[in-house]
Design a binder for this molecule. Structure first.
Ligand code: 5RN
Length: 116
């Protein structure tokens, strides 16, 4: 058996996503940035991404690999570091998510290899 055949791949991705949600203690990544509240957000961030959108993509089987999931995670973090200036709480939360979320994804990659 491999993980993919034994246990739906999207269930694996959902467990990884839940670990990322736990790391988002400030709950700033949990849903899309509201562009009505932040009118200049779209000027700087061309491809918004957030954890809720990633969950919807999992449910729609839009991720065929852990790398594709990781690409959206990296997009979400880089958007945060691009839009928010360095001294803000949001920027610091982006650094924390980059580091802690990176560890979650490294472990997930290893688990996937071990199980395949
Ligand atoms: C993740 C992120 O950058 C944000 C999350 N909520 C926000 C509200 C205003 C500006 C930026 C944000």
């Amino acid at each position: 058996y491999t993980l993919k055949s034994l246990w739906p791949f999207h269930a694996f991705l959902h467990s990884v996503l839940q670990q990322l949600v736990v790391k988002d203690t400030g709950q700033i990544f949990i849903e899309p940035v509201d562009q009505n509240e932040v009118p200049d957000y779209g000027d700087i961030v061309k491809h918004p991404m957030d954890l809720q959108t990633m969950e919807i993509k999992i449910k729609n089987s839009e991720y065929s690999s852990l790398e594709a999931f990781e690409n959206d995670f990296n997009l979400m973090v880089s958007n945060c570091l691009a839009y928010n200036s360095k001294e803000t709480i949001f920027y610091k939360a982006g650094i924390k998510m980059r580091d802690q979320g990176g560890t979650v994804l490294r472990t997930a990659k290893r688990d996937l290899k071990v199980l395949d």
